[in-house]
Design a binder for this molecule. Structure first.
Ligand code: ADP
Ligand code: MG
Length: 314
């Protein structure tokens, strides 16, 4: 029997929706796309983002402090942990149902609460850049920055938002457990929201006020699990150069060197397509025969058959 192809899937915002009911509906489509890959004979590991969810939880926990003066503010690392559990719950449930609907009854589904170590000297801590949560007026922004030590930034004329650091993932703390579960044939959801950011202090892991990019965390997970492929599922079928312009060109296959040249030329938007391309390049160059694919959620089956998506190779 030939060894199954091991793939790590990174799910983006459109795989999960923006609200509780949206997520409940979105995970059904997402589960179909994932089980399609299992039917194609792949061994699948799932990672995902948490932008809207962590913002929503953070806002809810702030509202709690207004309601009850005895409640201190909730650290961002705890908000990420809550988002992992909540998203994992919906995904686990939808995947279980989809597997059973297709007659696959021997594949347990589990979410691993995952901590990801970051380096406290990561320069990202000096320049917080990732906006989270709701928009505020200048007055409200001033109030929360005084009260909670938040860094508030004006966001493209739309108001003020909290910005947090987005450091690079250095180590997946629970990687041993994740590997054991995957090797045993479980369908595992891990590194949700990029992982709970922690800093090592001797034997203690201290939650960090940050949100790790899920594309980079998924890349690290794929490398650690010695996956054959990293598949980043997002809202576009392919990556383009001159995106949104008249001379836009959709890319089918590209080498890490070609991708690097396009990065230099500024074809990929920071905060959206750029981290995906960087993660894809890093994974494709991390080992013999490894590839990364960026494609649309609904096209995952066709992409693994080599029919669509943008494929990155060494
Ligand atoms: P996710 O939530 O899946 O992480 P993002 O919205 O962060 O997705 O990033 C995907 C988006 O990046 C696409 O929907 C597209 O609008 C945008 N984008 C920016 N530059 C490019 C590019 N060069 N090619 C394709 N899409 C691009
Ligand atoms: Mg994104």
């Amino acid at each position: 029997m030939s060894k199954k192809k091991r793939i790590v899937i990174a799910l983006g915002g459109n795989a999960l929706g923006n609200t509780l009911p949206e997520q409940m509906a979105a995970v059904k489509t997402t589960a179909k796309a994932i089980v399609d890959l299992i039917e194609e004979g792949c061994e699948v590991v799932v990672a995902h983002g948490n932008g809207p969810q962590v913002g929503m939880i953070n806002n809810a926990m702030i509202a709690l402090t207004h309601e009850d003066a005895a409640q201190p503010n909730t650290p961002l690392s705890v908000c990420v942990a809550m988002s992992q559990a909540y998203i994992g719950y919906d995904l686990q449930n939808a995947l279980r149902e989809e597997l059973l609907n297709r007659g696959i009854s021997d594949m347990p589904v589990a979410t691993m609460i995952t901590q990801v170590r970051v380096d406290e000297k990561d320069p990202a801590f000096q320049t917080p850049s990732k906006p989270i949560g709701k928009f505020m007026t200048a007055g409200q922004a001033e109030e929360v920055s005084q009260k909670y030590d938040y860094i508030m930034k004006e966001d493209a004329g739309r108001g003020y938002r909290r910005v947090v650091a987005s450091p690079k993932p250095a180590e997946i703390i629970e990687i041993g457990t994740i590997r054991t579960m995957v090797d045993a044939g479980n369908l595992v959801i891990a590194c949700g929201g990029g992982g709970i950011p922690v800093i090592r202090q001797g034997n203690h892991l201290k939650g960090a006020s940050a949100v790790i990019d899920k594309d980079f965390a998924s890349c690290l997970l794929a490398k650690e699990l010695e996956a054959d492929s990293l598949i980043i599922l997002t809202a576009v079928e392919k990556v383009a150069v001159n995106f949104g312009r008249e001379n836009e060109k959709w890319l089918d296959r590209l080498s890490v060197a070609e991708a690097g040249q396009y990065v230099k030329e500024g074809h990929f938007a920071p905060g959206s397509m750029l981290p995906k391309v960087q993660a894809a390049m890093e994974f494709a160059s991390s080992g013999e025969g490894r590839t990364a694919i960026i494609t649309l959620l609904e096209k995952s089956r066709e992409a693994i058959q080599g029919k669509t998506g943008t494929v990155f190779h060494a």
